[in-house]
Every structure is written in structure tokens, then in C-alpha cells.
Design a protein around this ligand. Structure first.
Ligand code: DHB
Ligand code: FE
Length: 285
């Protein structure tokens, strides 16, 4: 059977992608951001997954106001890096895993969650920046990736509670796939940031660190936080954090298994307009 071995959580930020692509990672401003991922790049090599289930948000790139799926699963064989205005990032195309993705769609929809099935989709910085942070600049990404896009851009957005429950259903789906695969689930986006209006530039270190603490130790309680609290405390774009609850909901302890091991924790301000947060949680063997 397939098994979730670990979950990874990280902010995205387009400027991080640009810093990597333009060779600026050792500049004074960026160095402390990338140092936080030195451990993670080695960890990825030491704990190479067969598949990554990558929860992220599209930023009006693949989707627009014409069509707003709350939860969309990428079932295609491959996904091209999107042109976000300056041309596509010079990163490898993303190879999908149509068999596992279709199985998850079947299982999760029969488990009462509505997913949009997407057979053609370009992937923006929400997906490619986490891959770059964790994998560096390889010729090809180390394994297939199933993109799972969550609408946290256009209201109404899903609650943290629903995301956490969905994570549980995704965990059940992966555990019932009849092939021995080592699967990682990644929750991305956040941490606190606001890109618009009078509060643009908002960062809340206290909230972010409380979120990291509770994501590790009290995820069911954290899942009860209403969306308005994210907006008040973490800024309008801080709502991206609900995606981390999907990955956390798929971990073993939530289904009655052992507690995860915190392999790595990192927090840094600023990167562009956001706080950068990062966690690696490993399921017990
Ligand atoms: C920034 C952060 C984001 O999450 C995003 O999607 C776009 C921009 C920023 O910090 O500038
Ligand atoms: Fe974003």
C-alpha cells in the first residue's frame, strides 16, 4: 500500500523564485532565507519520496474569475510552469501521477468532498517555489508531483476545519492505494502577509509562531480557528495558511497513529512582503 511518510510545510513568494533563478541566493538579503532550507535539501535527498502530493494555491494563473474551483486535483501526466507575467520560470516541467491522482479523486469524492478534476493546468509560483526551495535547481524534479490547488484568493474561501477534514480523507485515500509508494504531502503558502489596502505589509510573528506550535501539537484545535481570525491576525493573504491544515490532517496521528517527529523548523522575516515559515514532520516508521 502507499504510505505517507512525512509532511512538509513552506511559504511560497514569487520573489524567492526570482532570487533562485537570477542567482541571488547568497546576497545578504536572501542568504538567511535560503539557509533555512539547507537542512531541507539534504533531507529531501536522504528521504526521497516516490510521489509528492502538493497542496498549493493558484494566483489567478491557471484559473481566473471565470472559474473558481475550491479544491482542484491535477490528474494530468504533466504540468507546465506558468507564465506569470515575466515568462515561465526556467524550472523543469512537473510530471504528474495520473493513477494515484485518479484514485485519490475517486476515494475523496466518494468520501463526500467535492473536487474539481483538472486534466490540463499550468502551475504558478505557488507550486514551483516550494519545489525549488526543497529541491534546488535540478534538471528534473526528483519525483512525480500531484498538484492540488485550493482557492484562497477569491471569496468565499474554505475554512480551516474543512481543509483539516479534507486532509483526513486524502490520508485515507493514499493509504488505500494498492501500490507500495512513499508519499509526501506538502502544505504551502503563508505565513502572515497582506499585499493590498491600508494594512499592506502586515507581518505578525506572534501569530505565525503560535500557528507553527499548534500545527505540531494541537492541529484539531487549530482547525477550529475561523477564517476571519486569519485575516485579522495574519493579513488578507495569511489565509493561505489553511492549506497547511490539509497536509496536517493527512498525518498518522490524526487517524490514531503515533505523533510526528519534528525534523526541522524555520521562521524568518522578511522575504518580499511575507514571513517565511517552514516545517518538516515525519510520521513514525
Ligand atoms: C507575495 C507573496 C505571495 O504569497 C504571493 O502569492 C505574491 C506575492 C509577496 O510577498 O510579494
Ligand atoms: Fe501567495
Amino acid at each position: 500500500m502507499a504510505r505517507i511518510t512525512a509532511s512538509v510545510y513552506t511559504s511560497h513568494v514569487p520573489a524567492i523564485g526570482a532570487a533562485i533563478d537570477l542567482g541571488k541566493t547568497t546576497e545578504a538579503y536572501w542568504k538567511p532565507v535560503f539557509q533555512g532550507y539547507d537542512f531541507s535539501k539534504q533531507w529531501m535527498k536522504d528521504n526521497a519520496p516516490d510521489v509528492i502530493f502538493l497542496v498549493y494555491n493558484d494566483h489567478a494563473t491557471a484559473f481566473s474569475l471565470e472559474m473558481i474551483p475550491t479544491f482542484a486535483i491535477g490528474t494530468a501526466a504533466e504540468f507546465q510552469p506558468a507564465d506569470e507575467g515575466y515568462g515561465p520560470r526556467p524550472v523543469p516541467k512537473v510530471i504528474g501521477h495520473p493513477e494515484l491522482a485518479s484514485h485519490i479523486a475517486q476515494s475523496v469524492i466518494q468520501d463526500d468532498f467535492d473536487l474539481t478534476i483538472v486534466n490540463k493546468m499550468d502551475v504558478d509560483h505557488g507550486l514551483t517555489v516550494p519545489l525549488s526551495l526543497m529541491c534546488g535547481q535540478p534538471q528534473a524534479w526528483p519525483c512525480p508531483v500531484i498538484p492540488f490547488a485550493v482557492n484562497v484568493v477569491q471569496y468565499p474561501v474554505p475554512s480551516g476545519r474543512r481543509c483539516f477534514e479534507l486532509g483526513k480523507a486524502i490520508g485515507r485515500a493514499i493509504a488505500s492505494f494498492d501500490t507500495p509508494l512513499n508519499v509526501q504531502i506538502w502544505g504551502t503558502g503563508g505565513m502572515s502577509h497582506q499585499l493590498q489596502g491600508p494594512r499592506a505589509g502586515l507581518i505578525n510573528k506572534e501569530f505565525d509562531n503560535m500557528f507553527l506550535d499548534r500545527l505540531i501539537a494541537d492541529p484539531a484545535g487549530l482547525a477550529q480557528v475561523p477564517h476571519i481570525d486569519y485575516v485579522r491576525e495574519a493579513g488578507s493573504e495569511g489565509i493561505e495558511l489553511v492549506m497547511w491544515l490539509i497536509a496536517r490532517g493527512a498525518m498518522a496521528d490524526i487517524a490514531g497513529g503515533g505523533k510526528p517527529h519534528v525534523a526541522h523548523r524555520f521562521y524568518h522575516v522578511p522575504a518580499s512582503n511575507t514571513a517565511v515559515g517552514h516545517l518538516i514532520l515525519e510520521n513514525p516508521a
